[in-house]
Ligand binder design. Structure first.
Ligand SMILES: [Zn+2]
Length: 570
């Protein structure tokens, strides 16, 4: 490709809206163009990378035995009503009506449609197991689209769905996808970790997320180096800290805590540690039309996902109770406690182990000390706090570590969550209709692209791994008008291109420094500079991973180095 013919415009300055490296560099390198918030157009260089990423995913999916289809983004309301998700899915679902007032949505995911396809086409167990996938555009009306391709309103996903006769079959399909995903993310050279995950709005009973490790990640993961336990903090559990194990219960004492509402205020006033106190957080659950109090230790945070799962509500239906609502429950904001509170109470295990807890008295300016679960109040005990680094591993008891990650893939065991209500069945040996057992498997294709940049960049720009780079090599003549330079550059370009090396010839009429900066920003792995020594068939050779090193080499040596690298690409 001749640089003069490319649709290419790099930016010198960082666009104001971009906050993280991948967003900044994709815009600056002219790979994407922003139209409205959270919606992007892929320009030629960006699209080349995207296609390579898709093809690696496609190759590994095909090798795993899965088969590709392509569905519409437009999905009818009826399918979502059959699964029960039309009412449960929140405002992230983009809904619209056609001219006949029929309702539709733009798919954020495709469980319903894949289930419908298999239900209508597959009747016999002879066709099972089945794994079908697509690489397709998804829509999600994010409250606050941000971080470029990380959290956008339109994004490309690979989604696969497996259909098996039974649990044993699903276990095999799931393991097959787990292994396939590991191969895919290995090929992207990503540093990643598969972690146990919550199943969220997709449903089902087992799930792993594939997390690309990154400071800019929006997910926290905890892991244990000793036994390999790793989980998203929403899913993670930890051994309960039972530090009051040897204390004897004592009589409740009401203490005055004038205007002290926070854990910090009360604990320093009473000269106690935050972990001796209990936070009583009151929520309103709009799905089940009920108030719920959640109790965690003063040094802990409530894990709302665990709460939602425990009460069978949804993320969009759970909110904090207002001060008026709390008054209506006979309590007062800042002084809430479990004693005398007549609503559903969820008690974190650690709170249930305290012998002498300090809780709000449900009246202004008072707290109660020496409160003991079982004796003074009850509730549903479970894991309702957020695990964090330093907590003890739930499996082996060693301290957990914490890291940030970008969710690039997630796999789920759906079981019969969709096949049962949607009647996706097969006929078994006894001539009975049995629901198929399903799994679903997603990869955020555009988010993976951004994650590669997050892990592979420096001050100058992107450092693409060779197998996803938009082009492998760029030839930069110092002065293209110079006869010897032009002749060598053209010859080199023809040789490399014929040999299958994706090559750019920078024939632009611009200063060499300007050209170098462009290709370093874009992240082309190999740069060949044709300068004064062109008459002797000697060029300068730069590898993007080691920009500081510039070698003067005979042309033949440069050609063989590049050919060797490119022939091993996969
Ligand atoms: Zn462990």
């Amino acid at each position: 490709m001749l640089a003069s013919k490319m649709l290419l415009k790099t930016l010198k300055d960082t666009p104001q809206e971009a906050k993280i490296p991948s967003h900044i560099l994709l815009l600056r390198a002219g790979m994407i163009k922003n139209e409205v918030s959270g919606v992007f157009n892929y320009l030629p260089l960006g699209l080349r990378v995207l296609r390579k990423i898709e093809n690696i995913i496609r190759e590994e999916m095909d090798n795993s035995g899965a088969e590709e289809i392509l569905c519409s983004a437009i999905q009818p309301k009826e399918a979502w009503e059959e699964s029960g998700r039309w009412s449960k899915y929140g405002p992230e679902l983009i809904r619209f009506k056609d001219r006949h007032e029929r309702e539709f949505c733009l798919g954020p995911t495709h469980e319903e449609i894949f289930t419908t396809i298999v239900r209508d086409l597959v009747k016999s167990s002879k066709n099972l197991p089945l794994n079908i996938y697509q690489i397709q555009t998804k829509y999600r009306d994010e409250v606050r689209p941000r971080f470029g391709l990380m959290r956008s309103r339109e994004f490309i996903m690979k989604d696969a769905y497996s259909f098996d006769k039974d649990q044993e079959g699903l276990d095999k399909s799931y393991q097959n996808m787990y292994d396939t995903y590991s191969r895919i993310f290995d090929r992207f050279h990503l540093k990643y970790r598969p972690v146990l995950a919550d199943t969220g709005s997709i449903g089902g009973n087992a799930s792993h997320q594939f997390m690309a490790l990154s400071e800019v990640g929006e997910s926290d993961i905890v892991y244990c180096d000793d036994c390999g336990y790793a989980a998203d903090v929403e899913k993670a559990e930890a051994k309960a800290d039972n530090y009051q194990m040897n204390l004897e219960p004592a009589d409740i004492v009401e203490v005055e805590t004038p205007n002290m509402r926070t854990i910090e205020e009360v604990s320093s006033y009473l000269k106690v540690m935050p972990k001796e106190m209990v936070k009583t957080i009151i929520y309103y659950d709009n799905f089940n039309k009920q108030f719920v109090a959640v109790l965690v230790r003063g040094d802990r945070e409530v894990n709302e996902i665990k709460v939602i799962n425990a009460i069978d509500s949804t993320e969009n239906d759970l909110r904090l109770a207002t001060e008026e609502e709390i008054l209506g429950l006979g309590s007062i904001h800042g002084f809430c406690g479990p004693i005398g509170l007549n609503i559903k109470i969820l008690v974190d295990t650690e709170v249930s182990l305290l012998k002498r807890a300090i809780v709000g008295a449900n009246k202004a300016n008072y707290h109660l000390t020496n409160v003991c679960y079982g004796r003074d109040f009850t509730g549903q005990v479970g894991f309702f706090r957020k695990a964090c680094g330093g907590d003890l591993c739930p499996v082996c008891g060693k301290p957990l570590k914490q890291e940030r990650g970008i969710e690039v893939g997630q796999i789920f065991k759906l079981q019969t969550k969709y096949s049962l209500p949607m009647n996706c069945t097969y006929t078994n040996e006894k001539n009975e209709q049995v629901p198929m057992v399903m799994g679903c498997y997603g990869i955020g294709v555009t988010r993976t692209l951004a994650s590669i940049i997050e892990q592979y960049h420096d001050d100058l720009g992107i450092i693409w791994p060779l197998n996803v780079a938009p082009y492998h090599a760029v030839i930069v003549p110092i002065n293209y008008k110079d006869e010897a330079q032009q002749a060598l550059a053209n010859e080199l370009y023809n040789t490399l291109t014929k040999a299958g090396v994706e090559t750019i010839l920078d024939d632009r009429d611009a200063k060499p420094g300007f050209k170098f900066k462009d290709w370093e920003l874009i992240g082309i792995p190999y740069m060949i500079i044709c300068g004064r020594n062109s008459v002797n068939n000697v060029v300068e050779f730069k590898v993007r991973t080691k920009v500081e090193e510039k070698q003067e080499l005979p042309v033949e040596q440069v050609i063989s180095t590049i050919l060797n690298a490119v022939k091993d690409i996969r």
